[in-house]
Design a protein around this ligand. Sequence first.
Ligand SMILES: C[S@@+](CC[C@H](N)C(=O)[O-])C[C@H]1O[C@@H](n2cnc3c(N)ncnc32)[C@H](O)[C@@H]1O
Length: 259
Amino acid sequence: MVTGKEFSIHFPKVDSVEQGSEEYFLIKCGDKTERVRFHDYDRIYETPGLYEYLFYERYGCNSPDVVCSLLNEHLGNGNRTIKPLNVLDIGAGNGMVAEKLKELCSAEMIVGIDIIEEAAKAAERDRPGVYEDYYVADLTDLPEPVESALAKGNFNGMTIVAALGFGDIPPLAFANGYNFIDTPGWIAFNIKDEFVCDGDNTGFCQLIDKMLDEKIMEIEAKKKYRHRFSQDGTALYYQAIVARKNQDIPEDMLKEFIE
Ligand SMILES: C[S@@+](CC[C@H](N)C(=O)[O-])C[C@H]1O[C@@H](n2cnc3c(N)ncnc32)[C@H](O)[C@@H]1O
């Protein structure tokens, strides 16, 4: 149990959790107890510090640090051809990636985008000033004003951390975001280690395979690491990836990922 000023949190015991079952916790505020799933980001972002406590302290996530360190290491290895680093941070949440981009990669400008309003509010509340702009929009269905603002963004980097797979950001969101980045550009993301085509029904693997086959993007640095522990105690391994953007994804390829 964890106790904050106005709430307490209860987690199921590790040995009572079935492997692969939906992860959740109970939050008690006054007389009210809510069951919150790990994917209920809107509810999690509403309580200051809860996202950090849950994923980073309790379940050992370190992904923003690992992905941004890999990006920085790669840029430091003679690959920083383009300065300054202007990044579009997709599935930005409450700004943990932006904070690391500033700290580790000396990013000059970062623009965030997330589908939920609570994420934007939490970023402003918890890390004011890390984003130049923050859009609340679905990257698979962008309103015109957001689309034209992003098109003028002059981004040479894109990050997607802890947001691909597990029913989070769909491949079309990755693809649409990718096409806002200049060429050449740097794409830094993480993905579940066993995200192989056979077991992937989200289409993300097919998209990446096609992009690599056609040299639209080239993977330049890769690192396997422990993303976090799941609630049943299993270590979840991911790959941190830094890729070089060589060209936009063509329209006909994009169409394959529109449902
Ligand atoms: C696990 S959080 C990761 C937050 C942050 N990147 C981090 O590492 O702390 C995933 C985020 O992706 C956002 N997301 C999911 N689908 C999206 C979409 N179609 N467009 C934009 N954001 C989306 C969610 O709202 C959520 O905030």
